[in-house]
Design a binder for this molecule. Structure first.
Ligand code: MP5
Length: 228
């Protein structure tokens, strides 16, 4: 583990460039804030938060089948997220308990909101987990007993949804309620609170990148389902 003193010595001895220092920080698992993670991996972040599925939500061209698959799988995802978050809450430091406990209650009511949406659409929710939803579940569970990776994974998925849905506003009218759900001020504030916890924890690059990829795969899964 390289700490800041080592880095300072390295820098004064070798006149390391900023890039070299950043590289050493990465190798040594150095601390990174949420914003640093997002700006260090612009391609991965864009892939997680921008997708033809979202473009089609914006312009109203999304095939109904793709939206239905997304909604069914996202319901399963949220139920899995609730369980993951309950475990993460059990190891949260004192300063993280408030946000995580409030988030848990919000997740439970979100399941009710999904159930209402599905009822309007006459859509069954008891579907089998898609391979991607299962991979996401497994990955989250692998982080559930480690605070830094767990909070990074949780925040990455939530911020990805905030940015994905903010990016399509104002969407085609059929999706207004969904855009509103993931762009309202309370949700924005929740994501900000999670980010503060990531910053304090030091962040986990690997968890960030894994969740970015899973977010991308999730859009891809729903998008491709219309062509299956
Ligand atoms: C979220 C979600 C956001 N609903 N689905 C995926 C695939 N990623 C992130 O979680 P929440 O609890 O709906 O804000």
């Amino acid at each position: 583990m390289v700490d800041w003193l080592d880095l300072a010595c390295y820098q004064s001895l070798h006149f390391a460039t900023r890039q070299e220092v950043m590289l050493i920080m990465t190798w040594s698992g150095a601390r990174m804030t949420g914003n640093e993670l997002v700006s260090r991996y612009p391609y991965e972040w864009r892939s997680a938060t921008g997708h033809p599925f979202l473009e089609a939500i914006r312009d109203g061209s999304l095939p109904g089948a793709a939206f239905r698959v997304w909604l069914q799988q996202d319901y399963v995802f949220v139920a899995d997220l609730l369980r993951f978050q309950a475990t993460l809450l059990s190891i949260a430091p004192r300063g993280g308990q408030d946000a995580l406990a409030a988030g848990l209650a919000a997740l439970e009511s979100e399941l009710g909101w999904f159930e209402q949406q599905a009822e309007h659409m006459q859509l069954p929710l008891g579907v089998k987990r898609h391979r991607v939803t299962e991979a996401y579940r497994q990955r989250l569970l692998s982080y559930a007993n480690d605070w830094t990776s767990g909070i990074t994974a949780l925040w990455t998925g939530e911020r990805a949804y905030l940015e994905s849905w903010s990016g399509v506003a104002p969407s085609a009218p059929a999706y207004h309620e969904f855009v509103e759900h993931w762009t309202q001020p309370d949700f924005r504030e929740y994501v900000r609170e999670l980010e503060t916890l990531v910053d304090a924890s030091g962040g986990d690059e690997e968890a960030f990148l894994a969740v970015c990829k899973l977010e991308q795969d999730f859009w891809e899964m729903a998008w491709n389902s219309a062509r299956d």
